[in-house]
Write a protein that binds this ligand. Sequence first.
Ligand code: UD1
Ligand code: MG
Length: 459
Amino acid sequence: MKTYAVVLAAGKGTRMRTELPKCAYPILKKPMIEYIIEHIEVSDIDETICVVGHKKEYIENVLKERVKYAVQEQQLGTGHAVLMAEDLLRGKEGNTIIMLGDMPLVDQSVINNVLEMHTRANNDITVLTTTFDNPYGYGRIIRDKEGRIEKIVEQNDCTPEQKMIKEINTGIYVVNNLYLFDALKQIQENPRKKEYYLTDIISIMRNNKQKVGAFELWDSYKVMGVNDLYSISIAEKYLRDHINKKHMLQGVSIINPETVTIGHNVLIEGGTVIYPNTYITGSTIIKKGSKIGPNTEVHSSKVHENVRIKHSLVFDSEIHKDSIVGPFAHLRNGAVIGEDNRIGNFVEVKKSTTGKGTKAAHLAYIGDATTGKNVNFGCGSITVNYDGVNKHQTIIGNDVFIGCNTNLVAPVSIGDKVFIAAGSTVTRDVPKGALAIARNKQINKEDYAKNFIRPKDDE
Ligand code: UD1
Ligand code: MG
């Protein structure tokens, strides 16, 4: 028997008050919907259907071919949303787990446990519940005298007594496919909200004499629903603490961890140190012995052994071992820094590769360039890579010394062991071993300076 998942992500997310639809909104720089799909992919689920509608292209762009899509053109509620999966699921024997796309903290163990509990109890529908000290906003679980689940009542439809109930609906249900769509069709429009509430499926299936069960989850934080930007910040805090703890237990030293944000897919080897106010996100890999931060952002980059990065930005780049980056460096768009480099203050490197032992200690721009080993970029040296229309390449050989304030106007090629005089604007290739001087000769006019010196006021 197969198990299917239906994830609801078609809603407007009005309470978010953002342009981006809620389920595509990033948490630790990753779209919310991706968390749940990643956990589904490693759970005991055979096929996943995502229900999309409002701004659906955002969600489709994130999930691409990883799921099948059902479209809900009009947002008529969670019950109506699940019905949109009928064409893809009707007549398929098995169980379907229904989940909401706005629960980013849920994990594989929650999914597998509720599936297992549903099968073991031989239920026709199982709803996952939990208890919150402050249940405001969630649907409440109403139980009968025997303690069996009777129905779910939404916050705004609760009587004052029902509002006191702390057991809530997480929005995760497992349903026998045989009964799912007939039950959904029996849902009546909620007179107040004019929506078809999925929660009504509980009382409907109970009335239909089907076997209804509830499974209570203790780790309640894992099923928090995210409805606005404030709850996103809470979810982010949970995720951050959880991820940081995991790294610390693996031997990563994190100083002042509440100020350090590490993304879900980041890999960090033990024997590393992360200093305060540091963000490490995307598919970043950090190897042992490296020290990152303070005040540093590293996104989707590879940092090899014993690298030191401080007060810097590193995006989509790679830094080879024993190099020092920062303070105030910016590496981006495919910068590959070789071994034992020194990329210092206010240096930007874009789409360039540097050879072993290269140094750009201060105030330089290296863009669309390839350098050999032991190249020294003097303070203020620049690759002039852009002519206003196209980008051009600069190729630099080994053991080159580039004097301060040099412009290398690309396309240009500098041979091995070249020395470029400070202040040069190099527009032609320089052959191996040459000294290049590309600036006006200095003229000294003896005794002439006084003509430019203003007399002091009192003279
Ligand atoms: C829902 C539940 C509530 C539960 C809570 C848990 C209902 C009626 N209420 O409330 O009992 O305690 O989640 O977090 O189910 N969606 C669609 N199409 C729609 C409407 C919504 O696809 O027409 C999607 C949304 O994109 C979202 C999910 O369904 O991912 C849940 O919708 P939301 O509006 O957040 O429901 P809640 O008010 O949180
Ligand atoms: Mg919600």
